[in-house]
Ligand binder design. Sequence first.
Ligand SMILES: Cc1cc2nc3c(=O)[nH]c(=O)nc-3n(C[C@H](O)[C@H](O)[C@H](O)COP(=O)(O)O)c2cc1C
Length: 325
Amino acid sequence: MIHAVNRRLCVAPMLDWTDRHCRYFHRLISNEVMLYTEMVTCPAILRGDRDKYLGFSTAENPVALQLGGSDIKDLAECAKIAEDMGYAEINLNVGCPSDRVQKGRFGACLMREPALVADCFQAMQNSVSIPVTIKSRIGVDDEDSYEHFSGFVEVVKTAGCKTFIVHARKALLQGLSPKQNRSIPPLKYDYPYQLKQQNPELEVIINGGIATVDSATEQLRHVDGVMIGRAFWNAPWLIREIHDAMGMEKQLLSRDQVLLSYVDYCQVMIENGLSLHWLIRPILGLYHGLPGNKKWKSYLVTEAPRRKDDVAVISEAREWVKDVS
Ligand SMILES: Cc1cc2nc3c(=O)[nH]c(=O)nc-3n(C[C@H](O)[C@H](O)[C@H](O)COP(=O)(O)O)c2cc1C
């Protein structure tokens, strides 16, 4: 067993997936996992519906807000707004390769502009007292050597950044969709490993392709933390399994109690006008790999769109899985 001290477990930021409902559900599963919002751009915060983009429940805490942008003043202002709202960390997205993001000169293309990232970091960190962190790739296009990557980190580190979350594959800025950019470029875990070895004072959190308890605990022999995205969406109970393997807090809700608490939450959200159809998305994988899983899922996806304000759908679906742990 890996001891939890100074070891971090994180759910990756995922656009359209890690919304506040998903995060509320994940928090019921683990009181120690670090949660990240979807990427929110500065213009959305400064000129959009702030409650829509930033609203969250304190029950989700600790939550990091992931910002997308490269305007120094806007980033500093957004970081401050988020701190005042109760967020626990600000994270800058230096990994998204989408065309829209590139046009805005942020996301992964910022790996080419370490001095600008350093300035963004510094401005944000000067405006808040919570930690500011960076989530990057290991490179972009043909700028993919370890020297390029460590050169980027060196510049941002000099500005004071102490935590680097590294999606351990490069991004190709032309010709691949964001989805392909999450699987086609090969994973190179040795980059973050070497980074940690050469910079023991930095907190290095590794991300990309980690999907089992064993692979997560193996990573923790090399780096300070693991961040997991798709595997937690597909099988959210894996959060608890890794939480347990890391020796974190024991007295937590059982799988069934987590579900029942989430049902109570859904009831309140439905009274506030939300649709059950949306709220069930994070729980579809709760029984991944267990008997009854298929029926549980298909009952939810068939019934929830038809009975958008009837939380009883979840209790009915639970009949298929109620005997599993
Ligand atoms: C649907 C989806 C949306 C994503 N949105 C974001 C995002 O908003 N910000 C970000 O930094 N990464 C985003 N990512 C990338 C993940 O945070 C993560 O880096 C990537 O999925 C690799 O980790 P994994 O193999 O554990 O899924 C997204 C991934 C997915 C699947």
